[in-house]
Design a protein around this ligand. Structure first.
Ligand code: AVJ
Length: 321
C-alpha cells in the first residue's frame, strides 16, 4: 500500500515522525546497529547543529556562505526567472536569504522533517520577504511528496548544506532521480562537501568544544523523551572517523560498557566498545558527483567553489527525457 502523498502542511504534519519508533527498533536489531540521521533534528538537535556551524573546525557552512556571497548573481542567471524555490531540509539558514536576494522567486517552499524549526524559519523569511509566497511543507523529502496547491509552475530544488552527503550513493541517486522526475522541476542547486585531507575532515566532526558530540548524543535523549527509551547517554561516547576508501565521515555512538537498554518494550544489549552508526557524510569530487547526477537524468552544468575549494555548489539541469 502506498502512503497518500502529503499535500498541505496539515496533512503532512504526521508523516515525518510516524516511523521513528519503527526505524529505531529496526536499526538497533541489526547485527551492525544503526540509527537514521534524519532524527537528529528535533528542536534541540536543530539548535545544536546551528552551534556546530559556529565552531572553528566546521568549515562547510562558512565555505558555502562564501560561495553564495560571491556567486549568487551567476546562480540566479543560470537558474532563470520566475521559479518556485523548493528547499530540502531548510533549517534556519542565512544561505536561503543570500539566494532569495538574487533569484526571481515566485514562491518559496521549505521542506523539513522538524516542524517547530521549520515554522519558525518560515515565519522569519515571510517577515523579511513580505511579497514572497512562503509555503512551508512539513514532510520527509526522502519520500515522494506533492508541492502545496499554491506552488504551481517551474521549480528549482535548493538542496544546500551537503545534506545529500548523508545518503549512501544508491539513496542519493534515488533522491536525485525523484528530483529529476518531479513535475515542474527544471533543475537543482546542490551543496556538496569536497574530498580533502583526513585531518581537516576529522577535526570538523570532532570539535574541541564537543558540540558535535552533544549533537550525536542528542539522538539518545530524543529516543528517551519521545519513545520512552531508557538510554543513559553518559554511557556512550561520540566517535567520528574518515573512511578514505568510501570517501565519507562515519559517525558513531560507542557503548562504554556492556549494557542492556530498553526501548519501546524491547531490550537491546550493547557490548563494551560496540558502535551504533548514526551518520554518514559523503565527500565528493566534482567529477564523481557529475557522474552520479548524470545517471539520474540531471546534467551538472556549472559548479562554484570557495577560494580554498573545500565545498561546491553545483547546478544540475534536468535533461529532456
Ligand atoms: C548537515 C548533514 C551536512 O554531514 O556535515 C555536522 C551534519 N553532522 N556535524 C554534515 C553534521 C555532524 C552535516 N549535514
Amino acid at each position: 500500500m502506498m502512503r497518500p502523498l502529503p499535500r498541505t502542511l496539515d496533512e503532512a504534519t504526521q508523516a515525518p515522525t510516524d516511523g521513528f519508533l519503527a526505524d529505531v527498533l529496526e536499526g538497533l536489531s541489526r547485527p551492525a546497529k544503526r540509527l537514521p540521521s534524519k532524527y537528529f533534528y528535533d528542536a534541540r538537535g536543530s539548535r545544536l547543529f546551528e552551534a556546530i556551524c559556529e565552531t572553528p573546525e566546521y568549515y562547510p557552512t562558512r565555505a558555502e556562505i562564501e560561495i553564495l556571497g560571491d556567486h549568487a548573481m551567476e546562480m540566479a542567471a543560470a537558474v532563470g526567472p520566475r521559479r518556485i524555490i523548493v528547499e530540502y531540509g531548510s533549517g534556519e539558514s542565512i544561505k536561503t536569504r543570500l539566494l532569495l536576494d538574487h533569484l526571481d522567486a515566485t514562491a518559496y517552499v521549505p521542506v523539513d522533517v522538524s516542524r517547530e524549526p521549520l515554522l519558525a524559519a518560515s515565519a522569519a523569511i515571510q517577515r523579511e520577504y513580505p511579497k514572497l509566497k512562503v509555503l512551508p511543507l512539513h514532510a520527509d523529502f526522502t519520500r515522494p511528496f506533492a508541492l502545496p496547491a499554491g506552488a504551481l509552475g517551474r521549480s528549482l530544488v535548493y538542496f544546500p548544506g551537503s545534506t545529500i552527503g548523508n545518503f549512501e550513493p544508491a539513496e542519493a541517486t534515488a533522491l536525485l532521480r525523484n528530483i529529476a522526475r518531479s513535475p515542474g522541476c527544471e533543475g537543482a542547486l546542490v551543496g556538496i562537501d569536497l574530498v580533502k585531507s583526513k585531518q581537516v575532515l576529522e577535526a570538523a566532526y570532532n570539535d574541541r568544544d564537543m558540540v558535535t558530540a552533544a549533537f550525536n548524543l542528542n539522538l539518545l535523549h530524543r529516543i528517551n523523551s519521545e519513545l520512552g527509551g531508557e538510554f543513559q547517554p553518559g554511557r556512550f561516547s561520540h566517535r567520528a572517523v574518515y573512511n578514505e576508501a568510501a570517501a565519507r565521515i562515519e559517525m558513531y555512538l560507542v557503548s562504554k560498557i556492556d549494557q542492556v537498554v530498553g526501548v519501546g518494550g524491547r531490550s537491546f544489549s550493547f557490548r563494551a566498545r560496540e558502535a551504533i552508526l548514526t551518520e554518514l557524510s559523503h565527500k565528493y569530487t566534482l567529477d564523481g558527483f557529475s557522474d552520479m547526477s548524470s545517471s539520474t537524468g540531471l546534467t551538472l552544468t556549472q559548479a562554484w567553489t570557495d577560494d580554498a575549494a573545500r565545498f561546491a555548489v553545483v547546478h544540475l539541469v534536468r535533461r529532456a527525457a
